[in-house]
Design a protein around this ligand. Structure first.
Ligand SMILES: N[C@@H](CCC(=O)N[C@@H](CS)C(=O)NCC(=O)O)C(=O)O
Length: 216
């Protein structure tokens, strides 16, 4: 059955792989599943046809036969449960990997995302510097713990898993700031994930969309 995901017609991140379709592309590449992409404009994302797939008018979505999913975490979990390679077989290790998926999205992503949004949308506000410092402190609090947990290990809990895929997807947003450099083991963790052939293929595919849109 064909898998179809949605992505920005023209990603605001200019092909840096930060839009959330990237984590779905990466997961599909890791498990070796081909997929198609339907590109949507900001206008189309808020229209009934897309809202029927994604109630909040966002990307990504995932369609496979009569199944439609939204929320990138749920989609990655579905892919990881349906295909081998992203979750351990052993029950407890599998549950721990899923904990890391939630940790990435619930505990680490909120301050990281707010920080990147503030840098784009709040620059002109009189309280901008203060807000940025507060968000950076919130991020450091999370990264201190994450760095301590990772230590010298390659991945968060044994072999590379969907937990690492989501965690790295979140941390990648910090590359344009200097915060990640304060944590050499986390910077190396992100680089290790970026070097994975599946990541490279996914990154190239989303970049090609941006380049085609810019050329057209
Ligand atoms: N929690 C959702 C967030 C989805 C989301 O924020 N998508 C962004 C792109 S990365 C989007 O569509 N933004 C446009 C908008 O919200 O209007 C998920 O993980 O799928």
């Amino acid at each position: 059955m064909t898998i179809t995901i949605t992505a920005f017609e023209r990603s605001p991140d200019r092909g840096r792989g930060l839009a959330r379709d990237m984590r779905i592309r990466w997961a599909l590449e890791e498990v070796g599943q081909p997929y198609e992409v339907r590109l949507v404009s900001f206008k189309a994302m808020k229209e009934p046809a897309h809202l029927a797939l994604q109630p909040f008018g966002q990307i990504p979505t995932y369609e496979e036969g009569d199944l439609t999913l939204f929320e990138s975490g749920a989609i990655v979990l579905h892919i990881a449960e349906r295909h081998g390679g992203l979750l351990p077989d052993e029950t407890n290790a599998r549950a721990r990997a899923i904990s890391w998926m939630f940790a990435a999205l619930n505990t680490v992503e909120p301050p990281v995302f707010d920080h990147s949004l503030a840098r784009i949308l709040e620059r002109d506000q009189p309280w901008y510097e203060q807000r940025l410092r507060a968000l950076e402190e919130s991020i450091r609090k999370r990264l201190d713990s994450l760095s301590a947990h990772l230590g010298d290990a390659d991945w968060l809990d044994g072999a590379f898993s969907a937990g690492d895929l989501l965690m790295v997807s979140v941390l990648l947003r910090l590359k344009s700031s200097n915060i990640l450099d304060e944590y050499p083991n986390l910077a190396a963790y992100v680089a290790r994930a970026e070097a994975r052939p599946a990541y490279q293929r996914a990154f190239a595919a989303q970049l090609a969309v941006f380049q085609a849109a810019s050329a057209g």
